[in-house]
Structures are given as structure tokens and as C-alpha cells.
Design a protein around this ligand. Structure first.
Ligand SMILES: NC(=O)c1ccc[n+]([C@@H]2O[C@H](COP(=O)([O-])OP(=O)(O)OC[C@H]3O[C@@H](n4cnc5c(N)ncnc54)[C@H](O)[C@@H]3O)[C@@H](O)[C@H]2O)c1
Length: 334
């Protein structure tokens, strides 16, 4: 199969490319990535000379380039996005451009060349659940996004569904919970905890850290995407969760305990604007219909993630650039 992976130099996309080459010897992958601050070719250093792999620097909002690349593939797997909620609050324009306009450009090319697309989305499109409640999102939950990020992802999902219904485009969508694992950019919660703890620096936690997320190890997410691509029904949406609901504060405490660091490193900071309280996913559809199961439980996944970051300090250091420092100071040292 010839894959066009967009955003393959990011966290999940690079793990997906490694997963596919590990599973399918004859897979051919073109990785199209704009290399924003979050795109990092070092994520794929071990694969850069793979005979069936090609990297192209480009933008999914470029109709000419997308037309050319989509015409030459069997399937587009769309990871390309602006992904950080906090950055979407500081400046939503890029999120609208890449996440909405970019998805539309891809859909037009997929429609023109009668190809297939799998669109990667998030559980954040459903908005917030109540704390201390048993309700979970499923495939029929109405969309109710809170942040510019989740609103832009919701818009892109609606466009995909509209192209299925109106033009019979061969598309599937997955909405996944919070991913963690190797190669996640250092601005996200779990890398921040590990990297601050290792240097005995204060760990910023929003509000009182009560917000609950469902956590999935990135390889389990990649496995789910592969199942949807190979066995999923065209036109369908699948929710993918890790079966591991945990509050932010408990995630911090679990990692500190594993690293042998004190809880006094925790520093509560002003809460994020519009911060959703709780996300939880009912993954019954993908489990029953496609046979999805997970390799990782949260404790094992977190342990391996901590070990990975500690063993890959060179990869981390290369990311501590001026843009990141400026962003970090603006975000937490107000
Ligand atoms: N990380 C999570 O917990 C999570 C959970 C659910 C869904 N998702 C979704 O999964 C996808 C990947 O997320 P991630 O965490 O790997 O993000 P990431 O920020 O690590 O990577 C995004 C990649 O997209 C690239 N990109 C950005 N704009 C582009 C453009 N205009 N054209 C081409 N490439 C562009 C970036 O350079 C980067 O390599 C996103 O669509 C995100 O919404 C993420």
C-alpha cells in the first residue's frame, strides 16, 4: 500500500510511520510535513534511508502539491495539524488555516483522484464531561468544542463527513484521547513533568490539577488507526480510548514517584481559559467491530515513557530552542 502520511514528522505521525514499516515490509510511505516548531525530522532518523520512505517538506494547504501527491498514493492518513490547545488560545489563525483549510484541500484532492483518506481527530471535539460522573463519549455524542483548537478539529471532522455524504468520498475518522509516549514535543504535559523533575524544577499544573483525561500509549493509537485503515467501514467514525482515566495531578504524582522525586516540585498555576473538566471514551465500537485491544496499561506505558525521555536527552536538548523558551515563559510565567 502507498501511504501519504501528512504531519509525519510530529509525535503521532512519526510513531505511525515506524509502526507501519514494522508491520508491513512492502509499505511505501511519503511523509509530507511543513516542519512547524512541532515537526522534527530527528523523530525518524532511524528510517530516513529506508528504501520505501520519502520525506517532502510542504504544506497541506497547498492545492497543487496535494493534488500531485494524492494522485500518487492509495491512502492519505492526515495527522497534519496545529495541536496545542494553549497555543490556539494565544493565536487561533494558524489553527483555522491548517486544521480546517488544509483538511479541505486534502479532501478536494482525494475526491478528484478517487482515493481514500483516514482523518485523525480528537476527543476534545465533544467538549467537557462532568467530574465524578460515569458518562463517556461515544460515536453519537454531539460535538461541543471549547477551545479554538477543538473547534478547528471539529470543523475538519464535519468537512470529512460532508464529503462522504455529498460526494461519496472514501473516508474514515478516528477521535482519540490523550496520547503519550516517545517523541512527544516537550511542551505537552507528560514531557514537561519528566523534564522538569529530572532537573528538580517546579512543575506547572493548571488549577488544582483536577481535570481528568483518558490516556493512551501512542503505539496503541497507531494500532487502532491501522485496524481502521484495513478493516474499518467507509464513512464511519471510531472513538479510540486508552481505558485509563486519570486526573492531571495523579499523572504528575505517578511520574514523580517513579522518578523518586518529591511532590513539593508541584506548582499550581492559573488555570487555562475554558479548561474542559473531563474527557472519557467508550471504545466499544472499535473493540467489538474491529477487535481492537491495547498492549499498554497506564503504569507500564508511563514507566517506559519516562525511561525513553531519560535515555534520549540529546533529542530533548535539540528542541529547547528560542521559540520554545519564549512560548513557555509567556504561558507559565505571567
Ligand atoms: N497528541 C494527542 O494527544 C492527540 C490526541 C488525539 C488526536 N490528536 C491528533 O493527532 C494528530 C497528530 O497530533 P500530534 O500530537 O502528533 O501533533 P504534533 O504537533 O506533534 O505534530 C503535528 C505535525 O503536523 C505538521 N504540520 C503542521 N501544520 C502543517 C501543515 N500546514 N502542513 C503539513 N504539515 C503540518 C507539524 O510540522 C508536525 O510535524 C493531530 O491531528 C491531532 O489533532 C492528537
Amino acid at each position: 500500500m502507498k501511504y501519504l502520511v501528512t504531519g509525519g514528522a510530529g509525535f503521532i505521525g512519526s510513531n505511525f510511520i515506524r509502526f507501519i514499516f514494522g508491520k508491513y515490509r512492502d509499505a511505501q510511505i511519503v511523509n509530507l510535513d511543513k516542519l512547524t516548531y512541532a515537526g522534527n525530522l530527528a523523530n525518524l532518523k532511524d528510517l530516513e534511508n529506508h528504501p520505501n520512505y520519502k520525506f517532502i517538506k510542504g504544506d497541506i494547504t497547498d492545492p497543487k502539491l496535494m493534488d500531485e501527491l494524492v494522485s500518487a498514493c492509495d491512502i492519505v492518513v492526515n495527522f497534519a495539524a496545529e495541536t496545542h490547545v494553549d497555543r490556539s488560545i494565544l493565536g487561533p489563525a494558524e489553527f483555522v488555516q491548517t486544521n480546517i483549510v488544509g483538511t479541505h484541500v486534502l479532501l478536494d484532492a482525494v475526491k478528484k483522484h478517487d482515493k481514500r483518506i483516514h482523518h485523525i481527530s480528537t476527543d476534545e471535539v465533544f467538549g467537557s464531561l462532568k467530574l465524578n460522573d460515569n458518562a463517556r463519549f461515544n460515536e453519537t455524542t454531539p460535538y461541543d468544542p471549547s477551545s479554538p483548537y477543538s473547534a478547528s478539529k471539529a470543523s475538519s471532522d464535519h468537512l470529512v463527513r460532508a464529503y462522504v455524504r455529498t460526494f461519496r468520498v472514501k473516508a474514515t475518522i478516528s477521535n482519540c484521547s490523550n496520547n503519550y509516549g516517545p517523541y512527544q514535543f516537550i511542551e505537552k504535559l507528560i514531557p514537561i513533568i519528566i523534564l522538569h523533575a529530572v532537573e528538580d524544577k517546579k512543575i506547572p499544573v493548571y488549577g488544582k490539577g483536577e481535570n481528568v483525561r483518558d490516556w493512551i500509549q501512542v503505539e496503541d493509537h497507531c494500532h487502532a488507526i491501522d485496524l481502521i485503515i484495513s478493516k474499518g467501514k467507509i464513512g464511519e467514525t471510531y472513538l479510540v480510548g486508552g481505558n485509563a482515566e486519570e486526573s492531571n495531578i495523579n499523572i504528575v504524582k505517578m511520574i514523580l514517584k517513579q522518578m523518586g522525586k518529591p511532590e513539593s516540585l508541584i506548582e499550581f498555576v492559573t488555570d487555562r481559559k475554558g479548561h474542559d473538566l473531563r474527557y472519557a471514551i467508550d471504545s466499544e465500537k472499535i473493540e467489538k467491530e474491529l477487535g481492537f485491544s491495547r498492549k499498554y496499561d497506564l503504569a507500564t506505558g508511563l514507566k517506559e515513557t519516562v525511561d525513553w525521555y531519560l535515555a534520549n536527552q540529546g533529542w530533548v536538548e535539540a528542541l529547547r530552542n528560542k521559540d520554545y523558551q519564549k512560548y513557555y515563559e509567556q504561558q507559565y510565567k505571567r
